[in-house]
Design a protein around this ligand. Sequence first.
Ligand SMILES: [Zn+2]
Length: 285
Amino acid sequence: MKKTIATLMALLVCFTSIYLALAEDDNDSIWDVSVSNPLSWDQTTETNDTVYSNVPNGVNVYASKDEDAEVVGNIPYLWGITRYMTIGDEWSKISYEEKDCYVKTSDITTERPYEIREETYDIVRSASDGTTVYTLPDENSEIVGTIPSGWGVDRILNLTNGFSMISYNCNNYFAKTNSLYHKVYLGNYIITYYCPCSICNGPYGPYDRYGNRLVDGTAAVDPSVIPMGSTFYVEESYGLRRCVARDVGGAINGAHIDVFVDVPHNVCENMGNSRKPVYIYTACE
Ligand SMILES: [Zn+2]
């Protein structure tokens, strides 16, 4: 019995000294000794693989493997980075700005889930029927909201799967690329205005040359310059005026657009006759 106790004591001393020796090692030791439970440690596995950020807002980089540790950086969505090892189920050790740092393993992936076509960092517009915002570049993902028609949208990435990463409510989300529009400058056009009076519109009154009732925004164009039916925008002092090419006129040739306005003739007459920038919106690709 005494012999057994002595043996146990010896073993205890032995284990304690091993433990102390291990505990003296710095945090980066592959023997990652947990302080709270000295008899267990996280399994570390050397990987030396490339991993990718799988968080749309970017992956937090920690100074040590502790969620309360200092965040020393952020790896943008889909960026690749070299991982040295996994530490337990929760943490991965990486090199970040030439320092050893840690990311949560659940924030990264070994295969890039989506491919980037281009980093865009442009401002585009939401579609005329609004742009649906998704949590992931996947139409089956959760819908976060809808951006109203014509709003400016900060676009960050164009992915190859038909989605773009956008900034919405201070977070990175996704929208279908073809629900976002680019503003394209067509040129400076002579812009005149017409009302339903006989001076402006002869015998046609409140109708266009095709017999359709004139509405605000109807525009008479030279169809060889602007295709009939197309929507375009005239830059007015107050902003953009949305027009649709629906009418023609004998005096409307070349870079000249006559915009219908439903106002008294004296008001119409004073609206001017000058060159103004004209834009169209085309869907992003
Ligand atoms: Zn008139």
